[in-house]
Write a protein that binds this ligand. Structure first.
Ligand code: NG6
Ligand code: CA
Length: 512
């Protein structure tokens, strides 16, 4: 076992060791991955958040390992989730960028997924919440009023209760096991990402119907209106199946809790992808005002509630010690993301990026460096702070190792067994991590350095004012050990290092 560093109260780094407990239970543990949406590196109190309190997540950190160098594979959702669930870098495929709401299944049934891995090891498997990886055989042609011809059941999930894409994209309904939940025969659903439906009011023409949230003028979210909120895409019908944004966290969480209860007697794998804290941020009434930062901060409180509800259910079921619980995020934070929710104006000293540079969409550290906390009593050190370099890409092979499961040839090609690091026993982790930005610019993060390849993308996306992309036509190199905020591009002073980093990217692109 390698030495670990331990963070003491007050943030001081002490040269102590995390004591690694001896594994005992032979029973395979349940595994729950709670994946937040757009939750930044600094958005939890245990990562230094101000104004909002996240006691439930903080408690997990006190009982397990909290990572300071954990990475999603991308700074946006679809590629990040694709990689987590398949163990393949999303940029290897052309169709893994931010998906429209009626995209067809991006993960193909013949792919071996993380859910397949658990299912074949005898687990009950389920997915809840935000999906954003497409449904049905063919994009744009789904019949939302009938069972979808392909779905999560084909890629290893026994049960699913999901949103097809994101909260801001139609269709605004939950899909349960491949069919619209609470489908309303009196209001058949039609969805289009091309043309509006005659007679359906659009957000861009009817601001008076947007009683819950207004889109930022000139940016988008101005097509269909559902629950007094403008969306991306056109939609008709839905009736009683339409979600109410303020109830989304409850719906997702309650379904997950029910699944836990129903499968308490056998190991289960749960992929619980919250809608919090993605736009439109519209948490339930009981979280309003909790953060003093408006809707975004209150959505963080709501996210923490979900974490607490899962933990409480585990305790109730007597499973708290037999469960690996990982809490993390799909990508970094964004403030202005298309709705007038005053996320930036109300920060009041809070830094969603937790002191590092960047945001969702972009190349800098806060784009893909995310909170990650892993709890598994008796197996991972308690209250441990790990600086190991870990990436979601390795969860696949690491869980395979945990289960002692065989992986079919060719599956999860980019995933490495980093179980020791994820369990807090290896304080080094990966030699380097690959990060992908929204336009597929790749970066390499080593323990000491961060390299960003040249890119001809825009400095800012018109639809995310306030966020920087970091795309530059020149190589960027930062010495993170001295310049954690990536302020000083030292590429020209280190041509050999730049060449080496570029070579790593070239080899990764070629599949090594
Ligand atoms: C953008 C959306 C943004 C968000 C993002 C995907 C507009 C103006 N902006 O195009 O609101 O949905 O896509 O976010 O449409 S992600 O977290 O799912 O990657
Ligand atoms: Ca996201």
């Amino acid at each position: 076992m390698k030495p670990q560093s331990l963070l003491l109260a007050g943030g001081a780094l002490a040269a102590a060791s995390c004591t690694q407990p001896k594994p005992e239970a032979p029973r395979l543990p349940n595994v729950i991955v709670i994946l937040a949406d757009d939750l930044g590196y600094g958005d939890l109190s245990c990562y230094g958040a101000r104004n909002v309190r996240t006691p439930n997540t903080d408690a997990l950190s006190a009982q397990g390992v909290r990572f300071t160098n954990a990475y999603a594979t991308a700074s946006v959702s679809t590629p990040s989730r694709y990689s987590l669930l398949t163990g393949e870098y999303a940029w290897r495929r052309p169709d893994t960028d931010i998906a429209v709401g009626d995209a067809g299944m991006i993960i193909r049934p013949e792919q071996y997924t993380l859910a397949d891995l658990f299912k074949n090891a005898g687990y009950a498997t389920a997915a809840f919440g935000k999906w954003h990886l497409g449904l049905g055989d063919k994009g744009g042609e789904q019949d939302w009023n009938a069972p979808l011809p392909s779905g999560l059941g084909d890629i290893g999930f026994d049960y699913s209760y999901i949103m097809a894409a994101t909260g801001d994209r139609v269709p605004c309904v939950f899909i349960e096991n491949g069919q619209v939940a609470d489908w309303d025969p009196s209001a058949p659903i039609e969805v289009s990402y091309h043309a509006p439906f005659p007679g359906e009011p659009l957000a861009k023409d009817h601001p008076e119907l947007l009683y819950n949230l207004q889109p930022t003028p000139g940016i988008g979210h101005n097509q269909a209106i559902v629950n007094g909120i403008g969306r991306i895409g056109y939609m008709k019908g839905g009736g009683r199946a339409l979600w109410k944004d303020e109830n989304i966290a409850d719906s997702i969480t309650v379904h997950a809790l029910q699944f836990m209860e129903a499968h308490r007697d056998r190991p289960f794998f749960i992929y619980l992808a919250t809608n919090d804290v993605h736009v439109p941020r519209f948490p339930h009434e009981r979280f309003r005002g909790k953060s003093g930062m408006g809707l975004r901060g209150d959505a963080i409180a709501e996210f923490d509630w979900t974490v607490g509800a899962v933990m409480q259910k585990l305790e109730e079921l007597g499973l708290a010690d037999d469960t690996v619980l990982l809490v993390t995020s799909d990508n970094g934070p964004v403030l202005e993301d298309g709705y007038m929710d005053q996320a930036a104006e109300l920060l009041n000293g809070h830094d969603p990026a937790g002191g590092i540079r960047g945001n969702k969409y972009g190349v800098y550290e806060a784009g893909a460096r995310v909170p990650a906390i892993l709890r598994w009593p008796g197996h991972v050190p308690v209250g441990c702070l790990s600086e190991a370099l870990v990436s979601h890409i390795d969860l696949f092979a690491s869980f395979a190792s945990l289960l002692d499961a065989r992986m079919p040839k060719g599956c999860a090609p980019d995933s490495e067994n980093a179980l020791e690091a994820w369990m807090g026993a290896d304080s080094e982790g990966r030699r380097y991590v690959v990060e992908q930005a929204n336009n597929r610019t790749l970066s390499i993060r080593t323990r000491e350095w961060k390299y960003v390849e040249p890119s001809d993308g825009p400095a800012q996306y018109s639809w995310a004012p306030g966020s920087e992309t970091g795309y530059k036509p020149i190589p960027q190199l930062f010495r993170l050990s001295e310049d954690p905020r990536e302020h000083q591009n030292v590429a020209s002073a280190h041509p050999e290092l730049v060449a080496r980093m570029q070579e790593i990217i070239r080899r990764e692109r070629e599949g090594k």
